[in-house]
Write a protein that binds this ligand. Structure first.
Ligand SMILES: NC(=O)c1ccc[n+]([C@@H]2O[C@H](COP(=O)([O-])OP(=O)(O)OC[C@H]3O[C@@H](n4cnc5c(N)ncnc54)[C@H](OP(=O)(O)O)[C@@H]3O)[C@@H](O)[C@H]2O)c1
Length: 332
């Protein structure tokens, strides 16, 4: 921030129905009202940011807009008791980056109730390697565990395995002792998925649409990040009593299925939301990633980019070509 309260942000404008993002200089007075002003050091790239940058009105209604559903940084002004000036915080979800200026700017102003204190021993970059995608993967795994998922029950499938959510789910499940089958459309990522801990990597054709209402059960449990037809096929291949934690829609929001997996095999479809859940639920998962759920391979493989590289990186999400975790470093 300069003396005259200016800062830089990657902001998207709508011109003649086209959406274009670029770095520009804003003033703190451009930010919305809020209790806590945060100097953002790092953000994280998510599919939802790509939708916001592309003008998806289900994500962002009005432009110009600064995307970035994740942010980590230091509190520089606060009218709330907690967090206080100098505290390191993580902000993910709620309205950040949707219709509230987000983490692709060097400053955000948000309600105190959106701020998670940085777990002890962690820093903003590490937190943003995980970001909303990692948080979501953690919530998916937490739901499977709460349903009684255990490694000895059999293989666990992860769809969209090379993506931001999928890759963290692969490493976390493997670390917890599960036999992970990574389902991925990127044959050239098989080695990196195995390096994350996947026991097997299979192509998306494993979930090609099939007319049969039930198929041979292959997986004890699953994390699904893609939705649509692949999720419908996955449900047909879950063993009796197994669960699918479902969090994404890159293959489509429609789910055309029969009730047969549910009523003949007792399969559970578990919805996962990382955005509007209580702050304490987010905090619990962050604390686990900062301790016994750490995913060192994901941390080592993360890529850092500057604001100038955001346009291309967000396009890759929309094309389904993005892989692994990407951190936005405001110092680059
Ligand atoms: N519920 C929540 O709170 C929450 C939170 C975060 C994200 N999400 C959602 O979770 C999904 C994944 O997010 P992300 O950040 O991980 O995105 P991402 O990095 O783009 O990963 C998605 C992956 O899905 C696969 N994929 C892409 N297009 C596909 C298609 N047409 N059919 C089948 N697979 C396809 C690709 O992996 P492969 O090439 O390996 O197959 C891609 O890398 C998104 O829908 C996002 O909105 C939800």
């Amino acid at each position: 921030m300069s003396d005259n309260n200016e800062f830089k942000a990657w902001r998207v404008h709508e011109r003649d129905g086209q959406y274009q993002g670029a770095e520009e200089v804003l003033r703190l007075s451009d930010l919305p009202d809020g209790e806590v002003l945060i100097k953002v050091r790092y953000s994280s790239l998510n599919y939802k940011d790509a939708l916001s940058a592309a003008g998806n009105k289900g994500v962002t209604r009005q432009y110009p807009h600064t995307p970035g559903i994740d942010a980590a940084g230091e509190v520089v002004a606060s009218t709330a008791g907690t967090p206080a000036v100098g505290d390191s915080v993580i902000v993910t979800g709620y309205d950040l980056g949707m219709n509230t200026a987000g983490g692709f700017g060097q400053f955000i102003r948000v309600p105190a109730s959106w701020c998670v204190p940085m777990p002890a021993g962690w820093d903003g970059r590490t937190a943003m390697i995980y970001g909303t995608a990692g948080l979501t993967a953690g919530l998916c795994v937490q739901k499977l565990l709460a349903m009684g998922a255990k490694p000895e029950q059999g293989k666990v499938a992860v769809t969209g395995a090379s993506g931001a959510v999928g890759s963290v789910a692969v490493e976390l499940l493997a670390r917890l002792g599960f036999d992970v089958v990574a389902i991925s459309g990127k044959a050239d990522h098989a080695d990196s998925l195995k390096a994350l801990g996947a026991a097997e990597v299979v192509g998306r054709e494993a979930l090609t649409a099939d007319k049969k209402p039930l198929l041979k059960p292959q997986f004890a449990n699953a994390v699904d990040t893609v939705g649509g037809s692949p999720l419908a096929e996955l449900l047909k291949q879950i063993r009796p009593g197994g669960s699918v934690a479902c969090c994404g829609l890159v293959a489509g929001p429609q789910l055309e299925t029969t009730v047969l997996p549910f009523i003949l095999r007792g399969v559970n479809l578990l919805g996962v939301d990382s955005v509007e859940i209580p702050l304490t639920d987010k905090q619990a998962v962050w604390s686990r990633f900062a301790a016994d759920w750490a995913c060192p391979k994901t941390e080592q493989a993360a890529r850092d980019i500057g604001r100038g590289q955001l346009g291309g990186a967000l396009q890759a999400f929309l094309k389904g070509e993005s892989a692994g975790k990407i951190v936005l470093d405001h110092n680059l």
